[in-house]
Design a protein around this ligand. Sequence first.
Ligand SMILES: *[C@@H]1O[C@H](CO)[C@@H](O)[C@H](O)[C@H]1NC(C)=O
Ligand SMILES: *[C@@H]1O[C@H](CO)[C@@H](O)[C@H](O)[C@H]1NC(C)=O
Ligand SMILES: *[C@@H]1O[C@H](CO)[C@@H](O)[C@H](O)[C@H]1NC(C)=O
Ligand SMILES: *[C@@H]1O[C@H](CO)[C@@H](O)[C@H](O)[C@H]1NC(C)=O
Ligand SMILES: *[C@@H]1O[C@H](CO)[C@@H](O)[C@H](O)[C@H]1NC(C)=O
Length: 398
Amino acid sequence: MKYLTLACVATSFSALAASLPTLHIDTANKQPASVYPIGAAGINAKPAGRLFNIDGQVQYFAGSNAWWLAHLSKNSDIDIALKEVANTQYKVLRVWGFGDVNTVPDPTTTDPNKVYFQVLNSTGSYINFGADGLQRLDYVVSSAEKFGVKLVLNFVNNWSDYGGIAAYTTAFGANSTQWFTDETSQTVYKNYIKTLVTRYSKSTAIFAWELANEPRCHGCDSSVVTNWATTISKYIKSLDPDHMVTLGDEGWFAAADGIGDGSYAYSGSEGVDFVANLKISTLDYGTFHLYPNSWGYDYTWGSTWIDEHDAVGAAIGKPVILEEYGTPFPHNHTETERLWQLAVLNSGVAADQIWQFGTYDLSIPASYLGDVNSIYYNETEYKLLGRQHAKEMLAKSV
Ligand SMILES: *[C@@H]1O[C@H](CO)[C@@H](O)[C@H](O)[C@H]1NC(C)=O
Ligand SMILES: *[C@@H]1O[C@H](CO)[C@@H](O)[C@H](O)[C@H]1NC(C)=O
Ligand SMILES: *[C@@H]1O[C@H](CO)[C@@H](O)[C@H](O)[C@H]1NC(C)=O
Ligand SMILES: *[C@@H]1O[C@H](CO)[C@@H](O)[C@H](O)[C@H]1NC(C)=O
Ligand SMILES: *[C@@H]1O[C@H](CO)[C@@H](O)[C@H](O)[C@H]1NC(C)=O
């Protein structure tokens, strides 16, 4: 363990941090190695025009999200989930690579809250390399290699679930809009990135590194997020030039993009400009999400949103992925979501990843992990929205 001096602390927004001469930061270079085998033979996924080359094949694909996968304590549960994902013919699964806490969770807490990767507090950041820490992520990466599933791993949440920017705010003081430029927060965040990227850079199971889940900087000029995304994606590429990097944003347009009717999703009010960000050379592909009910749009507007992002991807010449989409109708998503899957099929969008994969086959109740959007492996709607869609995306000619 090393103590890193932060020359910048005096200028930190945090009075608390400013009163401390040093912050404890576990150095990524001296971390214990993965406890499970990582680095099986294979090739890394990469962009191929507006599509991706996965395991040597250029193809459209479907994937999913299982934010909770690395927050499971049992290896057998991770294997069951990845086996079902592979059986669906999903190529890519997006999993939370973060688990930030301000205090160590009560050890009697159950999954998924028992697992944490980093403690953030006024004295610094402490990475959990233990059995209930990064060893869970080690197993996820190792098992993904075994089942031939690729992973998108992200490094921080905009939302307070599993820590997120709010956990940094509690520890270091800078608020959620200052976080993007706060030196203390960014130093700690970059160290966390370095820890994960150096740990798993040899794994062909990594599809892409992702800066954050749904970064927003409400009311900020979009240059704040664009500058941050430029700096951080460059940093990741300097550590690992051989894996893709993506942003993980919801795909908001800014007024300057001249797209749409100027309403919420097109207004730039969340401080994100999809067009400007897709032009960042160290971001390999664009992401966008789709939750019309939360955003105040009709379900049918979803197809417009898909086509608009496809058109920007075509203009800039990069792949785009509909990375999350969901509707709040438990066990009843077909009527709302099938139209979007058909819109993706009829577009140049490289892939979609439904929010989210659910299963009743684990040792913990499905309700600990699921939400109203989940599509469950054993259910009737899964046959169409899961299996059939994965099949038709792979069958689409390139
Ligand atoms: C911060 O967390 C670390 C790791 O759990 C702990 O050792 C340290 O005492 C904590 N510092 C404060 C001020 O609570
Ligand atoms: C963070 O603090 C700055 C400076 O006081 C302020 O301008 C900004 O609105 C704050 N952001 C949030 C999310 O409170
Ligand atoms: C996520 O982003 C929004 C918009 O900036 C903000 O209101 C919210 O506070 C953020 N979440 C956290 C935990 O900071
Ligand atoms: C199923 O979802 C549709 C929206 O697609 C909704 O109108 C309907 O009420 C839902 N049915 C049930 C039983 O929840
Ligand atoms: C899926 O499994 C759950 C839990 O066992 C059960 O409640 C549900 O009825 C099953 N669904 C189908 C379609 O069999």
